[in-house]
Design a protein around this ligand. Structure first.
Ligand code: 5GP
Length: 253
């Protein structure tokens, strides 16, 4: 049997050549890493949950007209996506202070920010994804000023959408990271949301209790990561109400 071609393997996902030109298959692994892979574990069921959650968010974005790479889910761990030229940036949007912003500015976690703040990190594991300014982005040719305007606009639309979807189920969207890619239509280039949107790349706090429901549970040893992700999926209606990851995640539809 012919083996499909692996295009790229990252910390949490693998990309394979897709069935048609211009497509990839994105496989979600159970591996969890933090602090630039210095902390590692395998969390059974995480890949299944993130595949389904990313599908849920990307489809929602499609439904409100925000272009993204998602085409369709193939199975429990795989989805068909559009091939893009990834811009080598992590685009981070923050609504409340947390994580590296709190550390950098000595600001208490949970402090509301005056407005959503968009920032960039250069995607480079060896360097630990350093924060970079727009000046760096343009000077080094990763994106031009028009691209940056489009990236900010995409990031803020994703922020408004996700903030509303999470708030409706009692979850505060503290911050998140997206990646953006280029697609070409003849000579015309468009920027679309790529990679994944899941609790791996967001900070999610329960509105009432403040309980963390995201990868900080793993980063900071706060309990069972798959339990936290299952809770997010259950609230969003992606998992049946009574299911836990221990019985293996069961998908609705
Ligand atoms: P911070 O800069 O505070 O560490 O992260 C800000 C937000 O971006 C958090 O929601 C965090 O999960 C996300 N983020 C930052 N870097 C990465 C990364 O390398 N991978 C993932 N999955 N998310 C990241």
């Amino acid at each position: 049997m012919a083996r499909r071609k692996k295009i790229y393997e990252g910390k949490a996902k693998i990309l394979y050549e897709g069935p048609e030109p211009g497509t990839f298959v994105q496989y979600f692994k159970d591996d969890a890493t933090a602090f630039n892979a210095q902390k590692k574990d395998v969390i059974e069921g995480k890949g299944v949950l993130n595949n389904r959650l990313s599908e849920f968010f990307m489809q929602g974005l499609t439904n409100i007209g925000v272009p993204n790479h998602f085409i369709r889910r193939i199975n429990m761990r795989e989805q068909l996506i559009r091939q893009v030229e990834i811009i080598p940036l992590e685009v981070i949007v923050r609504n409340f202070a947390a994580g590296s912003l709190s550390k950098r500015l000595g600001m208490e976690e949970g402090t509301a920010l005056p407005r959503p703040i968009v920032e960039y990190s250069y995607k480079n594991d060896a360097l630990g994804d350093p924060m970079v300014s727009e000046e760096y982005v343009v000077a080094f040719g990763w994106a031009n000023q028009q691209d940056l305007d489009d990236i900010v606009s995409l990031a803020l639309r994703v922020n408004d959408f996700l903030s509303g979807v999470f708030y409706a189920v009692g979850i505060k969207l503290v911050d998140f990271k997206i990646e953006v890619g280029r697609i070409w239509d003849g000579d015309f280039m468009r920027l679309i949301v790529a990679d994944e949107i899941s609790p791996d790349s967001c900070r999610l706090w329960d509105v009432k209790s403040g309980r963390k429901l995201d990868k900080d549970v793993f980063r900071r040893d706060l309990g069972d990561l798959a339990d936290a992700y299952s809770e997010v999926a259950r609230r969003l209606g992606v998992l049946p109400a009574q299911t836990t990851h221990l019985t293996k995640p069961t998908l609705i539809n």
